[in-house]
Design a protein around this ligand. Structure first.
Ligand code: ADP
Ligand code: MG
Length: 267
């Protein structure tokens, strides 16, 4: 794909209508701004062999724009580049070529340490395997990102409790993760991802380890966060999960295969 400087994406809408015009949407702060939360411009990611020869072109010049308040599923066959894309979107890795802007800031303008701090402020991560620390209580797990931000103990605890209430686990704060069900553990992980007040939630197969009823409760939680304005990007293999998002971005061999807007949240 050759487009570099146009903000519009190729969007196939099932039923084209004026209110699917991306640039007409207000920003999350209520202003009329059109700044993307995440924007990739001709992003390439190449993995090299130790001898310097090309091993894999995992992303081949990707243009993608995700605006405040969107709820996007990222799909594609195994090996199509989803994890590579999520790593770049999540500032865990940098493009080989092209530009990535997170909340308007080019990742390339930040050094590694600055980028990692920036990521901590802007992004909440939710993983398939929950990644809770078994020795810590539920509340302490949720406090961890604030610990790294140097927030004092009292404020950390108060903010953790507030997010645990939000995910309806206010009565489990002193439990250890192993005392909770898988769905409850994922809700702890979601509380942890939200405790820093990020601008975007990035989830990699968040329902992949859960049965369908429990997974459904997690998706309902995402939908309620989205209804309050949270921007969410989620990798999933599951069509029924993706269909609950508002937009489906599909990768194939490191390129954008399709970008489909299903619906828009009423704003
Ligand atoms: P997906 O998450 O969609 O399965 P990935 O982004 O993990 O795809 O991988 C895309 C391509 O890049 C694959 O061909 C994979 O083998 C390759 N790849 C991913 N990570 C690395 C790496 N660290 N080194 C070399 N090749 C990699
Ligand atoms: Mg992957």
């Amino acid at each position: 794909m050759q487009r570099v400087d146009t903000p519009e994406q190729p969007v196939e809408t099932e039923a084209p209508s004026p209110d699917t015009d991306r640039d007409s949407r207000p920003a999350r702060d209520g202003s009329a701004g059109t700044q993307a939360v995440a924007e990739l411009r001709a992003v390439q990611k190449t993995y090299y062999k130790p001898d310097g020869s090309i091993m894999v072109e995992a992303l081949k010049g990707l243009d993608l724009r995700i605006d405040a308040g969107e709820y996007v599923a990222i799909m594609g066959a195994s090996g199509s580049g989803k994890s590579t894309l999520m790593n770049i979107l999540g500032c865990l890795d940098r493009p080989t070529a092209g530009q990535y802007l997170l909340d308007g800031v080019p990742a390339e303008s930040l050094g590694d340490e600055e980028l990692s701090k920036f990521r901590g402020r802007k992004i909440g991560f939710v993983f398939q395997a929950f990644n809770l620390i078994p020795q810590l209580t539920v509340a302490q797990n949720v406090e961890v990102p604030l610990f790294y931000q140097g927030v004092d103990a009292e404020e950390r605890h108060a903010r953790a409790l507030q997010k645990l209430e939000l995910v309806e686990l206010g009565d489990r704060t002193d439990h250890r993760p192993r005392e909770l069900s898988g769905g409850q553990q994922q809700r702890v992980a979601i509380a942890r991802s939200l405790v820093t007040e990020p601008v975007v939630l990035m989830a990699d197969e968040p329902t992949g380890n859960l049965d369908s009823t429990t997974g459904n409760a997690i998706l309902e939680l995402f939908e309620s966060l989205h209804a309050k304005g949270m921007t969410i990007m989620m990798v999933t293999h599951d069509d029924s999960v993706a269909e609950r998002c508002e937009r489906i971005v599909r990768l194939k061999d490191g390129e954008l295969e399709s970008d489909r807007v299903l619906r828009r949240r009423n704003v």
